[in-house]
Ligand binder design. Structure first.
Ligand SMILES: [Zn+2]
Ligand SMILES: [Zn+2]
Length: 134
């Protein structure tokens, strides 16, 4: 599936070829801190499948628990998280943040990891009073 997307301010833009089966949720504490949200939704793909079509993102590097460095790509202007990548370079090495993808309404998560650290209220959202807009 062909997708495209951008950061919030539009400085960083991209196109990619992805498999919709590879959309996943991560509940790990790093993802919570990096996104400011209870979990992160990512489409996993190979680095070659992504083509940057705008300005380059800024890259932040930090070793994960397994000792391998993970790179976090974000817009230098608006700070939107866009991609993650690692040192491996394998077919599942890159991740595209779901919220940056224009076709995200067609991309539903197929699996979730790090459920151990999931926010305890994550399955109770249906019980909250809700409005269609703010
Ligand atoms: Zn931006
Ligand atoms: Zn995570």
């Amino acid at each position: 599936m062909k997708i495209d997307g951008q950061c919030h301010c539009g400085l960083v833009t991209f196109e990619a070829e992805i498999d919709p089966e590879w959309v996943s949720i991560c509940h790990c504490t790093d993802c919570q801190t990096l996104t400011g949200s209870p979990y992160r939704v990512t489409v996993i793909c190979a680095g070659e499948a992504i083509r940057l079509t705008g300005k380059s993102p800024k890259i932040y590097a930090k070793p994960g628990d397994n000792g391998l460095i993970r790179f976090q790509h974000f817009c230098p202007e608006c700070g939107s998280p866009l991609f993650t990548s690692g040192e491996n370079g394998g077919p599942e090495d890159w991740g595209i943040r779901w919220g940056s993808i224009r076709q995200r309404d067609q991309l539903q998560p197929q699996r979730q990891i790090w459920c151990r650290s999931a926010a305890p209220w994550i399955n109770d959202l249906k019980a909250l009073p809700g409005l269609a807009t703010e």
